[in-house]
Design a binder for this molecule. Structure first.
Ligand code: NAP
Length: 244
């Protein structure tokens, strides 16, 4: 059984910071060459991969236009991690069309189009592959004041399952990881609000916020030979939140 992915070509979206940066480093440490994709420079992530003993490069990939991003996807990938995501907050009765469209384009349409392109390329070359999509607790729960985020992350779980059904026979295994509350830019406002922070901590059985590295371990595992019979799974990495 192998937990190594030496020589694999991997691409991680939103790799300049947070969870995506940790995933890039995790995959590089496991032996992949990691293309760190971001709408801005991923130089810090490339340096972090290299100082961890791995191999990495960067490319600009803005997912706001999902079709254009899919056109730019490198053809020879073995691993695709759809990590990039955005969130917009407003009461559902006041939620704007722009906040619906922007979130759905980045979090869901881009995931669809990049997975589709990855699978087309892999199938044309007769190559196996692994896809890991980053879902959320809001792939299972409703949340509040985040309707497009909740819809997009429920959609990510659904797409993960349909792609798993359609592509397993071709050797393309598709899974998702659903992070709990992870300390990144995305959650800084929650952590800075003492009441919200305490309420969140009180409900997490592990008693702490997750670190980006906690997600990277699960994602990296799903890309290794050891996980070759896992497909269509949405793996919660949440310190026990959903078990509560
Ligand atoms: P983050 O620090 O805000 O990182 C989000 C990443 O997505 C950034 O690299 C961001 O780039 C990138 N991104 C946003 N729009 C993009 C676009 N149009 N094109 C390309 N990249 C774009 O948040 P994070 O917490 O690491 O989130 C990573 C993923 O985990 C997201 O899918 C998020 O929904 C999910 N998640 C996070 C948590 C949590 O607790 N943190 C929980 C559940 C799920 P910029 O830096 O340029 O904005």
């Amino acid at each position: 059984m192998s937990f190594r992915i030496d020589g694999a070509q991997a691409l991680v979206t939103g790799a300049n910071t947070g969870i995506g940066q940790a995933i890039a480093v995790g995959l590089a440490q496991a032996g992949a060459h990691v293309i760190c994709a971001g709408r801005r420079s991923c130089a810090d992530t490339v340096a972090a991969c290299q100082s961890a003993g791995g191999s990495a490069s960067e490319m600009v990939l803005d997912l706001a236009d999902p079709a254009a991003a899919a056109e730019k996807l490198p053809e020879d990938l073995d691993i695709l991690v759809n990590n990039a995501g955005i969130i917009r907050r407003a009461d559902s009765v006041e939620f704007s069309e722009a906040d619906w469209d922007d979130v759905m384009d980045t979090n869901l349409k881009a995931v669809f189009m990049l997975c589709q392109r990855f699978a087309r390329n892999a199938q044309a070359a007769g190559r196996a592959g692994r896809i890991v999509n980053i879902a959320s607790l809001l792939s299972f729960q409703g949340g509040i004041r985040v309707p497009s985020y909740t819809a997009s992350k429920h959609g990510v779980a659904g797409l993960t399952k349909i792609f798993a059904n359609e592509w397993a026979a071709k050797g393309i295994m598709v899974n998702a990881v659903a992070p709990g509350y992870i300390a990144t830019n995305n959650t800084e406002a929650l952590r800075n609000d003492p009441d919200r922070n305490q309420a969140i901590l009180d409900r997490i059985p592990a008693g702490r916020w997750g670190a980006p590295e906690d997600i990277a371990g699960a994602v990296t595992f799903l890309c290794t030979p050891a996980a070759k019979y896992i497909t269509g799974a949405v793996l919660n990495v949440d310190g026990g939140w959903l078990a509560r």
